[in-house]
Design a protein around this ligand. Structure first.
Ligand code: ADP
Ligand code: MG
Length: 468
C-alpha cells in the first residue's frame, strides 16, 4: 500500500488508479502488461463511471475484448464508488507512443527479429531468466493433492537431459492455480541445470502477436526459424489462440517441427485439450499426445500450506488463526488468496497494529463476499440435510427433536464459518430464528467437536464439499 500521497490530495482516484495498474501488472505479468495495458490512460471519473483511453483502435479493441472485464472488477475492488468503465480511442491523432510500445513499427520489428540469443549459453540462460518471474520457482511451489501430478510432471521435464519423458506436457486448470508458476519453475530449473539449452517461454497471446507482426513485416522466415530452433518451447494459456485460425495453423506447424526433432514442448491451458472449443481437431488431438496433467481446485490444507510458506518466506509473524480463516474463506484460487494475505499485511503495516480476525474481515469485506457467492446458506442447508438424511424443510421448522436440531445447528455453524453473513441474517434464513439461537448453535458445535470425533469428521467433510 505504497502509493503517491501527493497525487491523492488532488484526486482521490489517482491512488486507486495506481493500484489498479499495479494489480493488472501483477496479475497479467510484465510482458502482457507492457504490450497491452501500460498505455491505458485515465481520462475522467464521474458518477461511478471511469473513462480511460488508448492511443489506437487496434489496442483499444484488443483490450476491450480481452481485459475489460477484469479491469472493471479491479476498479470496483479498489474504489468503492466505481460501477462501470469504458475505454475509448484517444482523441488527438498526434499522440505519439513511447518507443517501446507495441504499435511502434520499429520496436515491433526489433522485437520480432531479435535472435533468440545465439551468442553463448550464459546469455541464453540470462535472457530466459529475465523473462521469468523470480518468485515462481519449484522451491516456492507448495505441493498438495490437487497439483501433485502437474508438479511431478513439471519436475520430470525440468530434470530430463536427452530423453524427453513426454511430449508435449500439457498442464491445465482454472485460473490462478499455478500453471504459469510451474512453467516458470521449469524455466528457472533449465536455466540453472542446462544453460546450453535454448528455452523459450511465452504466452500464446505473445506468440500470436509476434506472428501477426511477422506477417505484417513480411518476416515470417525469421519467425519460423526462431521458434523451430529452440530446444524447449513453453506456451502459456494456449486457449487464447482458439478461434484464431492462422495463428493456430502456424502453431500447428511449429509444434510438429519441434516434436519431429524431439524437442520438448510444454503447454498450459485453462481446460483439457478435448474441451478447447475453436481449436482445430488435429491440434486438439496433438495436444493430448503426451502427458495431460490437470491442476484441481485447492483444498483447505493446500491453501493453508501456501499461506504458511508465504509468511515464512517473508519472515512475518502473524496469528495462525488468521491464516486458517483465510484458508477457509478465500477458496476461489491461489492468486486471490495471496492477494488477500498481502492486503491484510499491508493494512496492519499501515495502521501499526497486529492483525485480528475482525480487522481481516473488515479489510477483505469485498473479497469475502465475492468468495461467499459460491457458498450460499441454502446450499449449506441442502448439503447438511442430505448428509444427515433430514428434510430441507427441517432447517426452517420449529421441530426440536435432536435428530433434526443437531444437523440444523451444524448448518448454522457452517453458515457462520463459510459465509460472511451476520448472526441475525443467518437466523432469518433458519425459519426466522433469533441471533442468540445461532450464537448458541455455533458455541455448541464448537464444544461438541472437541469430544465427538465423528461429528467433527462429518463437519470437515461437509466443509470440503462446500468449499470446492
Ligand atoms: P495460473 O497460471 O494457473 O492462472 P499462476 O501460476 O499465475 O496461476 O498462480 C497464481 C499465483 O498463485 C501466483 O502468484 C503463484 O505463485 C501462486 N501459486 C499458485 N499455486 C501455488 C502453489 N502450489 N504454491 C505456491 N504458490 C502458488
Ligand atoms: Mg497463468
Amino acid at each position: 500500500m505504497t502509493s503517491s500521497g501527493a497525487l491523492n490530495i488532488q484526486n482521490p482516484h489517482s491512488e486507486a488508479w495506481t493500484k489498479v495498474r499495479e494489480r493488472l501488472r501483477s496479475e497479467y505479468g510484465e510482458a502482457t502488461y507492457n504490450s497491452w495495458l501500460k498505455n491505458i490512460d485515465l481520462e475522467t471519473i464521474s458518477n461511478g463511471h471511469v473513462t480511460m483511453s488508448l492511443p489506437t483502435k487496434f489496442l483499444r479493441d484488443w483490450v476491450i475484448n480481452n481485459y475489460a472485464n477484469r479491469i472493471r472488477q479491479i476498479w470496483c475492488l479498489e474504489a468503492d464508488d466505481i460501477q462501470s468503465i469504458d475505454i475509448h480511442v484517444k482523441e488527438s491523432p498526434e499522440t505519439a507512443l513511447p518507443d517501446n510500445t507495441v504499435e511502434t513499427p520499429a520496436a515491433t520489428r526489433n522485437q520480432n527479429v531479435r535472435p533468440i540469443s545465439r551468442t553463448g549459453s550464459a546469455d541464453a540462460a540470462s535472457n530466459l531468466k529475465s523473462q521469468l518471474d523470480a518468485r515462481f520457482t519449484f522451491d516456492n511451489f507448495v505441493v498438495g493433492k490437487s497439483n501433485e501430478l502437474a508438479h511431478a510432471a513439471a519436475r520430470r521435464v525440468a530434470e530430463a537431459r536427452d530423453n524427453i519423458p513426454f511430449n508435449p506436457l500439457y498442464l491445465y486448470g482454472g485460473v490462478g492455480l499455478g500453471k504459469t508458476h510451474l512453467m516458470h519453475a521449469i524455466g528457472h530449473a533449465l536455466a540453472e541445470n542446462a544453460p546450453d539449452k535454448k528455452v523459450l517461454y511465452l504466452s500464446a497471446e505473445k506468440f500470436m502477436f509476434r506472428f501477426i507482426s511477422a506477417l505484417r513485416y513480411k518476416d515470417t522466415m525469421t519467425f519460423k526459424e526462431q521458434f523451430r530452433s529452440v530446444d524447449v518451447l513453453m506456451i502459456d494459456d494456449v486457449q487464447f489462440i482458439a478461434g484464431k485460425e492462422s495463428t493456430q495453423e502456424e502453431f500447428f506447424h511449429t509444434f510438429n517441427a519441434l516434436v519431429d526433432q524431439n524437442h520438448q514442448i510444454i503447454i498450459s491451458g485453462d481446460r483439457s485439450p478435448t474441451d478447447l472449443e475453436g481449436m482445430e481437431e488435429r491440434m486438439r488431438s496433438r495436444l493430448g499426445w503426451g502427458l495431460v496433467a490437470d491442476i484441481h481446485p485447492t483444498d483447505y490444507e493446500l491453501r493453508l500450506g501456501i499461506l504458511q510458506s508465504k509468511v515464512e518466506q517473508a519472515a512475518i509473524s502473524i496469528d495462525p488463526r488468521i491464516l486458517e480463516f483465510l484458508a477457509h474463506r478465500i477458496t476461489s484460487n491461489v492468486r486471490e488468496l495471496e492477494g488477500a494475505l498481502n492486503r491484510v499485511l499491508a493494512y496492519s503495516d499501515l495502521v501499526g497494529r497486529a492483525v485480528t480476525i475482525e480487522s481481516t474481515q473488515e479489510v477483505l469485506r469485498d473479497l469475502l463476499r465475492a468468495n461467499d457467492r459460491r457458498t450460499t446458506i441454502e446450499e449449506i442447508q441442502k448439503r447438511v440435510a442430505e448428509h444427515f438424511n433430514i428434510r430441507m424443510s427441517d432447517m426452517h421448522s420449529a421441530r426440536r427433536a435432536r435428530a433434526v436440531a443437531r444437523p440444523r445447528q451444524v448448518a448454522m455453524y457452517l453458515a457462520k464459518q463459510l459465509t460472511s453473513r451476520s448472526l441475525p441474517e443467518i437466523g432469518r434464513k433458519f425459519g426466522g430464528r433469533d441471533h442468540t439461537t445461532v450464537m448458541h448453535a455455533v458455541r455448541k458445535i464448537d464444544e461438541l467437536r472437541e469430544s465427538d470425533i465423528s461429528l467433527s469428521e462429518d463437519i470437515d467433510l461437509l466443509r470440503r464439499m462446500l468449499e470446492n
